[in-house]
Design a protein around this ligand. Structure first.
Ligand SMILES: [Zn+2]
Length: 407
C-alpha cells in the first residue's frame, strides 16, 4: 500500500482552528496521520502552501438550465448531460469535491462519475424537486401550453408535480426509486409574485418528512418566508435552501432542530451596493414572473436574515444554486463574509459545516485520521476568497489527484 505524505505545508483542518504547520499522510484514500516529520513512499512537497479539506457545494443544478426560454426550447434533450460534464469539471477546479444536486441530475450522471467515465466531484442527487400544482416546477403557462420551467420529466427523472398527502408520498417514493440520495422539496414558490402564497400544506410536508425519515435520507427544503420555514423544520427538514426574510421564531426553530441554512446568496451580492440601479425580476414563464419584485430589497432581506441566523447559532452550509455558472462557486464564500461570517467561519461552512448538513460528517469535511482524503492545496492566503480559485494548485479526492493548475 502506498503511503502519500503532503510535507511541509500549513493545515486548515476544517474545524475552525487556525492553520498549523503539519504533514499529512494518506493511505488507501484515507487520512492516516497528521503530524510532524511524517515519512511516506511518495512525498508531495507543499512547502509554503496550505491544505484545506475538499469543499462542498450543497446546492447545485449541475445539468445547468438556460434561463432564456427560447434557448431552452431549442436545446436538444440530451445536451444537458454533456453540459453537466463541463459544469462538473469547472466545479472541481474550485476545490469542491462534494456536491449536492438539488434537481436535474439523475442516477446516470452519478453512475458515470462513480465509474470514472467523466471527471467531477462526488455527487449526491435528489433527481427532482417535489412541487405543488402552480408551484416552482409547474410548467403551466397562461397560453395553456406547458413549458417545463427547469427539467422535463423522463424515465430516469419522474415528474415532480404532486398534491395531497398520498400524492406527495408517491412522488417522494418515485424520487427514491429513481436513485435519490435525499428528498428535495419546493415548499414555496420562488421569487415571483406568488412566492409566499403557493406552498405545500403542513400535512403534505409532514408526509414527505416521514418518507425521508423512513428511508433515512436528507430532506432539503426550498422555503421562502418564515411560516414555510417553520412548517418545514417541524416536518423534519435537514436543510433550508435559500433565504429571504426569516423572523426570530423561524431562526430559533432552525437552531433548536439543528436544521442547516444553505443561503445561496452569491447571486444577490451585486444588488447590495448603493451604486447599482434596482432591477425587476426577469420575466419568466407563466405565473412564475413578477416584474415588481425588487432585487435590491430581496438582497438586503436575505443578507440580514443570514446575519441574524448565524448570530443566533444556526449552522450555515455552503451552496450556490449554480448551474451554468459552475466555476464561480467560490463567490458564495465572499457572500458569506458580506453576511457577517468571519473568513474562518466561512471555510468551516464550506467544509465541516456542509459535511454535517448533508450527513457526511463521519467521512468528510475535516483533515483528520480516518476521514476520506479530499484535499485542496492552496498557494496563497486561504482567506483571500476573491483569489482563492486562482490560488488552488491541486485538488485531491480520496487521495487521488483530480485537478492540477498546471495540467
Ligand atoms: Zn436550486
Amino acid at each position: 500500500m502506498t503511503r502519500i505524505v503532503f510535507r511541509g505545508g500549513q493545515v486548515f483542518d476544517g474545524t475552525g482552528s487556525a492553520p498549523v504547520r503539519a504533514d499529512v499522510a494518506v493511505e488507501n484514500g484515507v487520512f492516516t496521520d497528521v503530524g510532524s516529520d511524517l515519512r511516506g513512499d511518495q512525498v508531495v512537497d507543499v512547502t509554503g502552501r496550505t491544505l484545506l479539506p475538499g469543499m462542498f457545494d450543497c446546492h447545485v443544478h449541475i445539468l445547468g438550465v438556460e434561463m432564456a426560454v427560447k434557448s431552452r426550447l431549442n436545446e436538444p434533450f440530451s445536451y444537458q448531460f454533456y453540459n453537466a460534464k463541463r459544469n462538473l469539471e469547472r466545479t472541481l477546479a474550485c476545490g469542491i469535491t462534494t456536491i449536492r444536486d438539488c434537481a436535474g441530475a439523475d442516477l446516470g450522471v452519478k453512475r458515470a462519475l462513480e465509474d470514472g467515465l467523466i471527471p467531477g466531484p462526488r455527487l449526491l442527487i435528489s433527481v427532482t424537486a417535489l412541487s405543488q400544482t402552480g408551484g416552482h416546477m409547474d410548467g403551466w403557462t397562461p397560453s395553456s401550453l406547458w413549458v417545463d420551467p427547469y427539467y422535463v420529466a423522463h424515465p430516469g427523472r419522474p415528474s415532480s408535480i404532486c398534491d395531497g398527502v398520498d400524492g406527495v408520498r408517491k412522488a417522494a417514493r418515485q424520487s427514491l426509486r429513481a436513485g435519490a440520495d435525499f428528498l428535495k422539496v419546493l415548499a414555496t414558490h420562488s421569487g415571483g409574485a406568488s412566492y409566499l402564497r403557493t406552498r405545500f400544506s403542513r400535512e403534505e410536508l409532514n408526509a414527505i418528512g416521514d418518507e425521508a425519515r423512513t428511508s433515512q435520507v436528507g430532506f432539503a427544503v426550498h422555503a421562502y418566508g418564515s411560516q414555510a420555514v417553520k412548517d418545514s423544520v417541524a416536518a423534519g427538514a435537514t436543510t433550508i435552501e435559500h433565504v429571504r426574510d426569516l423572523d426570530d421564531e423561524a431562526i430559533a426553530a432552525m437552531r433548536e432542530a439543528d436544521t442547516a441554512l444553505v443561503p445561496t446568496i452569491a447571486p444577490l451580492l451585486k444588488y447590495l451596493g448603493d451604486d447599482r440601479p434596482d432591477e425587476p425580476e426577469r420575466d419568466r414563464l407563466g405565473h412564475q414572473g413578477d416584474p415588481n419584485n425588487s432585487k435590491t430589497e430581496f438582497a438586503r432581506e436575505a443578507y440580514d436574515s443570514v446575519r441574524r441566523a448565524h448570530g443566533a447559532g444556526v449552522r450555515i452550509a455552503m451552496g450556490t444554486d449554480y448551474g451554468n455558472d459552475a466555476g464561480q462557486n467560490l463567490d458564495e464564500l465572499t457572500a458569506l463574509v458580506a453576511a457577517g461570517l468571519t473568513p474562518a467561519e466561512t471555510l468551516v461552512a464550506a467544509t465541516s459545516g456542509s459535511a454535517r448538513a448533508v450527513g457526511l460528517h463521519d467521512e468528510l469535511g475535516t483533515i483528520e485520521p480516518g476521514k476520506r482524503a479530499d484535499v485542496v492545496v492552496v498557494d496563497g492566503d486561504i482567506f483571500d476568497f476573491s483569489k482563492l480559485k486562482q490560488n488552488i494548485e491541486s485538488v485531491h479526492m480520496d487521495g487521488r489527484l483530480v485537478h492540477s493548475r498546471t495540467r
